[in-house]
Design a protein around this ligand. Structure first.
Ligand SMILES: [Zn+2]
Ligand SMILES: [Zn+2]
Length: 871
């Protein structure tokens, strides 16, 4: 038992304290080597593979960080996510009984600790050790698992057994729990081995899991750090990036060596208020707390730049995009943080250069990263958006400053979250703001993914056998005979088999008849297909006919979405994923992940690439395949429509061009689709572009429609079709010129009217009054004219009867002093014509519909002026 924190732990010799940095006095390996030699980052992994091979562990490649196979997460946050949910639940076979993998993971909750504690990253490699024990087969569990780790740590890395601590704990997550063993050395946690053994039940009890899993996760970054004893781990993980960054400053190594020992105490996730710890650390190393923080923050900015750019490189490579929603928000946040750190600490570095260094360095191991796709284009676009945001930010802060608003922590978080305004911008305006140690954490927390919504079943189909799906077995058939199994309502019938495709996967349901009765809707609930019909259907045997034309066009539209998805990826790059799709009889739409709107040229290129594939008449293959096999053969690309449940997947492949897990109906080959015509593209949200298109007959109609428009124009103007754009341009230029000319003439006319009217002022008591009506002036003209006339003691009442009555009243300064209030006069006059209005004493406007009272209005105006002066 630890005398400080009370935790149970194991060590070879009796010890008073556990090895948490807070109990054992910080990191005690800085500037030392406690492993058998210094291991590099990748080298530490190689030693691990070597050690675990002898126990038949199979090394796997990393999975993408974008977690497309598992709805609950945007990004992979731990190695076990690779096997969730189906392997862990026992539904799907694991790739091997015992596996190890270097899984790149993203975590944004520790963002404030990155660059300070040395053990935190937004992107890191979690070394995994995963063993899957089933009821049929026992592989390894607690005993063997921990013995293997021990053997690796002592023989593989060569850490003396005296230097190892094992902390006992309980781990719980995702409804499962079990004991766990964390292992430490010299104040650094090296990994955590969890034994997923039990499942919590709703009544508070628990039961043993069917599949019992060893889930070990360890930060590879820490292994190379412990081994090399550099001041920070970042120096061992991306040494060439750090070497480059140190050219731009940072605290001297002597300082950092002293500080690093205590760095581990400054972890935001364990403490809300770090101030006392900052003070403690400052006194340990004999420096003013304020200076300590300043010095650490300056160098922290360099480490954060190294970390954030590596995270972005991997995430963007794997198909994520910065945006304002979901996981994309986290990415935009760290990208913008890079730029704001560069500004704040005046670091003269180009972000692009850091990415290039990572591609060289990290790309030696993960060679796929060398194929970085649209990375640099995305950076450019994001930079433009960032600059625009900064410009707007400064406007907002300037206005808030003028209004004397307070900038407390909540306000800072809110401003950053909703407008991207960083505290640095607020400081620019001379506000001294205190930024909490967990500022970025607080921001990120506002964007945690909400629990996936579970749609509740609409109909209870428990106990009913799944319907045989004839539309898969006989895709070309249009008629069938089936047995009625159950009627869940008079017009809701379930058959033993059906040709009717239910609405799913963005494809609308088939229509047709059952025993001559119209089928209105087709729904699938837990494998059971429910037909909703216009009238009740009698009898035990049912004859069904589907609308073959509709099915044909839906299948064409469906195949076309696969083709367009392929074409968009070919033209725009590997970051293209399907973000949504819909197939109706009229048209198809496909939403793709892309960082910008599409140009007309890009659209035409996509259309060309799509039709190229159509023309090559490639067969559309349907394959039933175990999930694991499908993933390893075709990669995670198969999850275009999101995660799909089930042990066996229905894989739809257009050659090797486009392979997806899909349950829809398709044509037999690409040429059956016919000509694909993209009709529109629109950026529907940050990072998503919507494409709409039609095929075959509809595509022809679309083109003919455009041709008709062109013909109408060319006939109307009497020019050839080729000359239509030229002519339109000419007309447009002329129209612009005429508009300008018109405005000029109006102005001249107004001037002429004004000088005419100025002479017509008449005396009403001791002010002069000009009142006049126009048949054709609009309100803008009246508003322009009135103040020009209303000088000194002049009051002007102008009215127009164009469409309805418009009234403008204006009064010169002397007239206002004499008691004239234009607003009051307009209100009164507008009431007479059945409307309303108002304004200032100097200028007011109004009006109403009763044109026939226009003359009365002017007479009344004279009265009101008299009354105002005499009152
Ligand atoms: Zn302790
Ligand atoms: Zn499909």
């Amino acid at each position: 038992m630890c005398k400080k924190c009370g935790k149970s732990f194991w060590a070879i010799q009796p010890r008073d304290f556990c090895d948490e940095p807070a109990c054992s006095g910080g990191y005690r390996f800085i500037n030392q080597t406690i492993t058998k030699r210094k291991f590099g980052y990748k080298e530490a992994w190689d030693v691990y593979v070597d050690a675990f091979k002898k126990w038949d562990y199979v090394p796997l490649d990393r999975y993408p960080v974008v977690c497309r196979w598992y709805d609950a997460l945007y990004f992979v946050t731990a190695g076990i996510n690779d096997f969730q949910p189906y392997v862990v639940s026992g539904e799907v076979e694991p790739p091997a009984d015992a596996v190890i993998e270097p899984q790149f993971c993203l975590r944004f909750q520790d963002i404030d600790s990155v660059g300070i504690t040395g053990r935190h990253y937004t992107g890191f490699i979690m070394v995994g050790q995963h063993v899957f024990n089933t009821t049929d087969k026992y592989v390894y569990f607690k005993e063997e698992g921990i013995a293997q780790i021990y053997e690796f740590l002592t023989n593989g890395l060569g850490i003396s057994p005296h230097e190892l601590y094992f902390h006992e704990d309980v781990w719980a997550g995702g409804g499962n729990f079990g004991p766990s063993m964390e292992f430490f050395s010299r104040g650094l946690e090296l990994g955590n081995q969890v034994y997923m053994q039990y499942q919590s039940l709703p009544d508070g009890s628990y039961k043993e899991l069917q599949t019992q899993v060893i889930d070990m996760g360890a930060g590879l970054e820490r292994w190379s750090w412990l081994s090399q004893g550099t001041p920070m781990s970042y120096d061992t993980v991306f040494p060439s990036v750090m070497k480059y960054l140190y050219k731009y400053g940072g605290a001297p190594p002597e300082f950092w060596s002293k500080f690093a020992r205590y760095a581990g105490l400054l972890s935001v996730d364990e403490m809300e208020n770090l101030s006392p710890i900052w003070n403690d650390v400052a006194s340990y190393i004999g420096i003013e707390p304020h200076n300590l923080k300043e010095e650490v923050y300056r160098t922290r900015s360099l480490y954060a730049l190294g970390d954030h750019t590596r995270t972005l490189l991997v995430a963007l490579h794997d198909g994520a995009l910065p945006s304002n929603v979901g996981g994309g928000y986290n990415l935009r946040n760290i990208l913008r943080r890079c730029w704001s750190l560069i500004d704040e600490y005046d670091i003269d570095v180009e972000l692009e250069d850091l990415f290039k260094l990572h591609i060289d360095e990290f790309g030696k191991w993960f060679t796929e990263l060398r194929d970085y796709g649209s990375l640099f284009e995305i950076l450019q676009i994001e930079r433009r958006r960032y600059d625009e945001t900064m410009r707007k930010s400064r406007d907002i802060v300037r206005r808030m400053t003028q209004r004397n608003e307070k900038f407390d922590v909540n306000k800072l978080v809110e401003l950053y979250d909703s407008h991207g305004i960083s505290p640095a911008v607020i400081r620019e305006f001379g506000h001294s703001v205190t930024i909490p140690d967990d500022f970025y954490h607080q921001v990120q927390m506002r964007h945690e993914k909400q629990e996936a919504k579970v749609d509740r079943a609409k109909y209870d189909v428990t106990g009913i056998r799944p319907t045989k799906m004839l539309y898969y077995e006989k895709p070309a058939a249009t008629k069938f005979t089936a047995k009625a199994i159950k009627r869940i309502a008079p017009t809701k019938i379930i058959l033993d088999k059906t040709l009717f495709y239910p609405s799913s996967g963005g494809q609308v349901h088939d229509t047709g008849t059952l025993n001559g009765v119209k089928v209105l809707e087709v729904i699938k609930e837990d494998g059971v297909i429910i037909h909703i019909t216009e009238k009740p259907i009698e009898g035990d045997v049912v004859e069904g006919i589907i609308d073959a034309e509709l099915r044909k066009v839906l299948s064409e539209h469906h195949t076309a979405t696969h083709i367009v998805n392929y074409a968009a990826r070919k033209v725009l790059g590997e970051h293209i994923w399907q973000a949504g799709a819909e197939k109706t009889p009229e048209k198809a739409r496909l939403d793709i992940t892309h960082y910008d709107s599409l140009s007309f040229d890009q659209l035409q290129e996509i259309e060309r690439a799509a039709n190229e594939l159509v023309k090559r008449n490639i067969p559309v293959r349907i394959m039933e395949m175990p999930r694991g096999e499908a993933e390893s053969r075709y990669s995670m690309r198969i999850y275009q429509g999101g995660a799909v449940p089930g042990k066996v997947l229905r894989i739809v492949g257009i050659g090797e061009y486009e392979v997806e897990a899909c349950g829809g109906t398709h044509t037999k080959s690409t040429s059956e689709v016919g000509f694909i015509k993209i009709t529109s593209s629109e950026r529907i949200q940050d990072g998503v572009v919507r494409l709409e298109f039609v095929v075959g007959e509809n595509a022809m109609k679309e083109i003919q429609h455009h041709e008709r428009i062109l013909k109408e124009l060319s006939d109307m103007w009497g020019v050839s079709r080729d000359d239509v754009p030229k002519t339109a341009k000419k007309f447009f230029e002329e129209w612009k010129w005429l508009k300008k000319e018109n405005a000029r003439l109006k102005e001249e006319l107004a001037k002429a009217r004004i000088s005419d009217m100025a002479n017509s002022a008449r005396k009403v008591d001791d002010v002069r009054l000009i009142s006049r009506t126009f048949a054709d002036a609009d309100i803008e003209e009246l508003i322009k004219m009135a103040p020009l006339l209303a000088k000194e003691d002049v009051v002007v009442i102008l009215a127009s009867s164009k469409d309805d009555v418009k009234i403008v009243v204006s009064a010169g300064p002397v007239a206002v002093k004499r008691g004239i209030d234009s607003g009051a006069i307009v209100r009164e006059l507008s009431k007479m014509v059945g409307g309303g209005g108002g304004g200032r004493p100097e200028l007011a406007q109004g009006g109403g519909p009763k044109v026939e009272r226009l003359d009365e209005v002017l007479e009344k105006g004279v009265d009101l002026v008299k009354k105002a002066i005499n009152s």
